[in-house]
Design a protein. Sequence first.
Length: 437
Amino acid sequence: MTRLIAWLAALLAAVAIAAGPVAAQNALQIFERDVKPQMELKKFTYGSARPLGDKGFVLTDVVAVTPADPKTGDKEATIRIDKVTVEETDIERWKKPKKGEPELAPRFLKMKLEGISGDDAAFHSLEPYGLPRVPADMAIDYRIDTATKTLTVNKFEMALRGQARLDLSAVIEGVDDKDNDLDGAQEKARLRTGAVTFEDTGGFLAKLLPALAKEEKTTPEAWVNVATMAIKGFATGQGPATQKVLDTLVSFISDWKAPKGPLTITVKPAATTGIGDLARIAMPNALTDVFGVTASYAGTREGASAGGAPMGQPSRRTTRPPAPSTDTDSDSKRPARTPRLTGQEAWNGVVGNTLTGRLDGKTYHLLIRKDGTASRLHDGEIEPGKWKAEDDKVCLKIGDDDRACYTVVTSGRTVTLTDSGGKGFRATLLTGNPRDL
């Protein structure tokens, strides 16, 4: 799937470069003379072309052949698209800059690709998992306000026909059309609003999960149980608004065999938020109070996220706990306390998950694997590492860092590691491997 997205990105750039000439008078002549030499494709043809207003165009039966590349196993790859509709695009920005001039990001693009297919392995990578080889559709609509440095993504949608659909939208501040430093851009960007919708339109999850689970010698039910119990653990001690969001997530995951409609997650923080703010997610009710997260799903069941054990503590039951006593002095009326775990018991809740925090002013993600290895993503680089439990401590060796041993304390999703000299670090625990390390 990663390779598929890479090819689509390359094709988007190529098609967008063609926007100006196709929409202009004598479009094909201008295209052949000025634009085609810039395209990093071995071949780019189309059956028909017509202008769409003064800023757009329509192409049909598009064929793009990418040159051999290590990413494709040193083989050429062919991408076909039934129809490309560009309603508007920042024409001049798609041209390669002259020597000494800065490369500027296009300020706007509204494009739809229908019937995407190809002969590269990425286009049929899901077939072994029981999913049919079907065309993909893609749509993108964004605009950068260069004065306020605000990126508005009205739509970024990818769909496998008859299988599944993913739709994203967002308003992001701090986006500079002149900034090509992706790592730096991530640090400066601030999310104002965002939304993601996933819709299973043809039994996508019911086909994919069993096949993936079988490959890992487990069952889809086991995976679903791990995911839902992690969410239930996070729900412990949270307020009604946060529990409502978590009820929605647990309900959707539990309905994986036949979801009752799309799942939509919306983020609208009280103040703009960036990557560095994610560490605050462990705070009680931060999900809703700080990040403004809401979720909607037609099959949401109230109380679906109840009955879990706090993060790091094994669950001893899967049913809803008894109703609290009506005695106003009863302990059941008091807010639940997050248990404090230490030593190996605490570390057991970390293994298989990811730690995140700040290092040298930048966000890091540290994956702790069950086999004793680790990977840290920091400042755009992934560093390998190892860990080993020794008595009541855990010793880490990451990248060029010196080997150090720590005592471990967890409280909910907060993990504190302290060395013999009293120094160490505090991190937030993220479930699984969200950064694909």
